[in-house]
Design a protein around this ligand. Structure first.
Ligand code: FAD
Length: 395
């Protein structure tokens, strides 16, 4: 049966879903709060190669190993892995490229959603009420749709932020040499520091130049976070600061900490990059993904903790598998949706729980990484992983 489907949020999950539903002949409308076309959102992301390949044969840069530097600049560990790294906006562009004009209703802020019998409705900021057969929440960490599906849910601040930046490889200072070499060799570089860590990997700029995309994870109290994000009160949620948006006083502190806590091969990269941005790291999975004709996908369903680089790939698989469930002929729609939710919960559980455990260990264990041998790192990883499935270790 062809349906009328409303999607709240036109980022990765929302566009991936609209693309598949339109192919099956459904009527689709994306309600997107942002008035822009989202091209400048986000920096680099790491993806599951099996998902990246569905977006284009040689999509992204292949990454074949993790190289861990300690705080003195010594390489302590190399681990084989398989990921693809790419600019966020390239993923979004590819997903959105198949959508016809007029599908995305930009600048439309959904304030409330609900269900009535066999239909779902949304109410927008401008006072419009629209009705659909199904409403899908692809509206990310602060999801409004989730408020109706799981009213008790609150994203949990995990006690640290990611400070992020980009720099062209050509602009790197000489001190960056060891990290530069590892990145050019197709490595994901990690700096394991004292209760903190850095990640750096290559992505391509729009003009095809190679850039280093980095993230520095820094512990931050709830009070500092409120001060940093400028909300003044903990009940008002903001999740990030855009490039160049970190207040000057904080920026000065961060730049000093970078110099004091990292080897020069890393600190020189961060300090030479302009326009730092910041994202507070949260976690949490909605207790259910389906309520009547309301469904959650992507970060609205479960907040992807960044350390496994799986959020975008999970959002795309959520969208495609949901479209298949909507199109299925196996029982009533309600049952198909419930079954879909259960399967996806099982498939994503390991990535979510491992990401959380890894982040907690790197940020809070206080491990003295400089004294560990490569075997110690191997043993630690095996114990921490505890048999959980991670896409990047599959080959
Ligand atoms: C520091 C950091 C690093 C990361 N690194 C990676 C990585 O390397 N690899 C990876 O795969 N993932 C990574 N992620 C996670 C990844 O960014 C997310 O999992 C992914 O973007 C989720 O996409 P989404 O479409 O579900 O949500 P989002 O991208 O958050 O999109 C939600 C959309 O909904 C819209 N919206 C919100 N509320 C409303 C409303 N009320 N009305 C209308 N529209 C609304 C928003 O404007 C937005 O366009 C990282 C995350 C962080 C914080």
């Amino acid at each position: 049966m062809k349906m009328n489907i409303g999607i709240v949020g036109g980022s990765i999950a929302g566009t991936a879903l609209a693309d598949r539903l339109l192919q099956s002949g459904h009527r689709v409308e994306i309600l997107e709060r942002s008035a822009s076309d989202l091209v400048d959102r986000g920096l680099g992301i790491a993806m599951d190669p099996s998902v990246a390949e569905t977006l284009g044969g040689d999509f992204g840069i292949p990454i074949h190993q993790r190289v861990v530097f300690d705080r003195t600049g010594v390489v302590r560990w190399r681990q084989a892995l398989s990921k693809r790294t790419v600019r966020w906006s390239v993923v979004h562009e590819v997903l959105a490229s198949g959508l016809p004009e007029g599908i995305v209703d930009r600048g439309t802020h959904v304030l409330e959603v609900g269900v009535e019998d066999d239909l779902a409705w949304v109410r927008t900021e401008s006072g419009n009420r629209r009705e659909f057969d199904v409403v899908v929440g692809a509206d990310g960490i602060g999801s409004r749709v989730r408020e109706a599906v799981d009213p008790g849910f609150k994203p949990e601040f995990l006690g640290y932020v990611a400070i992020r930046g980009l720099i062209p490889v050509e602009a790197l200072p000489p001190e960056a040499g060891p990290v530069r070499e590892a990145v050019l060799d197709g490595s994901m570089v990690n700096g394991y520091l004292d209760r903190s860590h850095v990640v750096a990997y290559p992505i391509e700029s729009p003009s095809g130049d190679l850039l280093i995309n980095w993230m520095w994870y820094r512990n931050t109290t709830m009070e500092d976070l409120d001060d940093l994000l400028g909300t003044g009160e903990p009940t008002v949620h903001r999740w990030s600061l855009p490039p160049g948006g970190i207040p000057a006083a904080h920026l000065e502190t961060f730049r000093r900490e970078v110099s004091e806590s990292m080897p020069a091969s890393m600190s020189s990269i961060l300090r030479s990059s302009g326009s730092w941005s910041l994202q507070a790291i949260h976690g949490g999975t909605a207790s259910r993904a389906v309520s009547g004709r309301l469904v959650l996908i992507g970060d609205a369903n479960r907040i992807a903790i960044p350390h496994v680089g799986a959020g975008t790939s999970m959002a795309i698989i959520d969208a495609r598998s949901l479209a298949a469930a909507i199109d299925g002929s196996d029982g009533e729609l309600d049952r198909r949706l419930d079954r879909w939710a259960e399967v996806r919960r099982g498939e994503t559980r390991d990535a979510i729980s491992f990401g959380r455990d890894l982040g907690r260990f790197l940020q809070y264990s206080g491990t003295e990484w400089t004294t560990w041998s490569s075997d110690d790192y191997d043993r630690w990883w095996t114990e921490l992983r505890a048999g959980r499935r991670l896409y990047f270790e599959s080959s």
